[in-house]
Design a protein around this ligand. Structure first.
Ligand code: G1P
Length: 293
């Protein structure tokens, strides 16, 4: 039986150029969805799936991420002295979600390289990778937990996939293979295929559970699409290895918070998923439509 997934890697070294100017001094991962940094939502997903150690791969200017998961003594103390116990408890809970381990990616050599930077911190056990641009509102079992379940049953690598509209394939890693038991045994994969060349419309979503056999494959991966070391290229080798690779459709609602429109949509979707905000936000949206139309 495969070992349980106890560790996760969150690559967070990107420059966030799609969100300038806000990302000039603020890490992209700290941009809020309503009132919660995107990275906290992703860490919370991992924590609810039983993951205890989260390795954040970061770079210069990302200190706010570590501070966010640290104990904020003065803030908590002030809140408690004002009788705001629930608010203070909520802040303290962020610190206890998981153990955060920071490692640095010294050069921006690509997603595969960012994950490889976490090799020593993860060691010889299966681990999860969660990309912060992809947010998942689940219906009970966290998205990454659903992948961990398939890993526990098969021992294989597992990636989340979704069917994208024709013409969108070039924005993703795209996979093809054979379906059985509701999962795709991956045979082919290509990172950001040129328009008209994708092997299917099944795109990779930023959630992965990987066996330790990925490490030597990643270490041997040469620069690919965009001159970067691509995780997808190492996964193609994993798919062809005895461990193998499955694609799974996560039960949940996926949001792409990595571009402006997707980010705004995610904010509205998370807001209307909250009981206290649902009605006022829907009323505000109707009002905005009427007055801007
Ligand atoms: C990354 C991966 C890609 C995947 C995507 C999902 O690309 O390289 O395979 O489909 O995340 O969000 P990025 O969007 O970081 O360019």
């Amino acid at each position: 039986m495969p070992a349980p997934v106890r560790k996760a890697v969150i690559p967070a070294a990107g420059l966030g150029t799609r969100f300038l100017p806000v990302t000039k001094a603020i890490p992209k991962e700290m941009l809020p969805i309503v009132d919660t940094p995107t990275i906290q939502l992703v860490v919370d997903e991992a924590a609810r799936a039983g993951i205890r150690d989260v390795i954040v791969v970061n770079g210069r200017g990302k200190g706010a991420i570590e501070d966010h998961f640290d104990h904020a003594y003065e803030l908590e103390h002030t809140l408690r002295s004002r009788g705001k116990t629930a608010d203070a408890d909520a802040l303290a809970a962020i610190t206890h979600l998981v153990r955060i381990i920071s490692v640095r990616q010294l050069q921006p050599l690509g997603l595969g390289h960012a994950v490889l930077c976490a090799r020593e911190a993860v060691g010889d056990e299966p681990f999860a990778v969660l990309l912060g641009d992809d947010l998942i509102i689940d219906r009970g079992r966290p998205g990454i937990g659903q992948l961990a379940d398939v890993h526990a049953a098969t021992g294989a690598g597992v990636i989340a996939i979704m069917e994208v509209a024709a013409g969108q394939e070039h924005l993703y890693g795209v996979v093809a293979g054979d379906w059985s038991d509701g999962r795709l045994r991956v045979r082919e994969m290509v990172e950001k295929p040129k328009p008209g060349t994708a092997p299917s419309r099944w795109a990779i979503v930023g959630r992965y559970v990987l066996p330790p056999s990925i490490w030597p494959l990643l270490a041997a991966t040469r620069p690919g699409h965009g001159g970067e070391i691509q995780l997808t290229d190492a996964l193609r080798e994993l798919a062809a290895s005895p461990d193998g690779l499955y694609g799974v459709v996560i039960d949940g609602e996926r949001h792409d918070a990595g571009d402006k429109l997707g980010y705004l949509r995610a904010n509205l979707a998370y807001a209307i998923a909250r009981a206290e905000l649902r009605e006022p936000v829907l009323a505000m949206m109707r009002d905005l439509l009427e007055t801007s139309g």
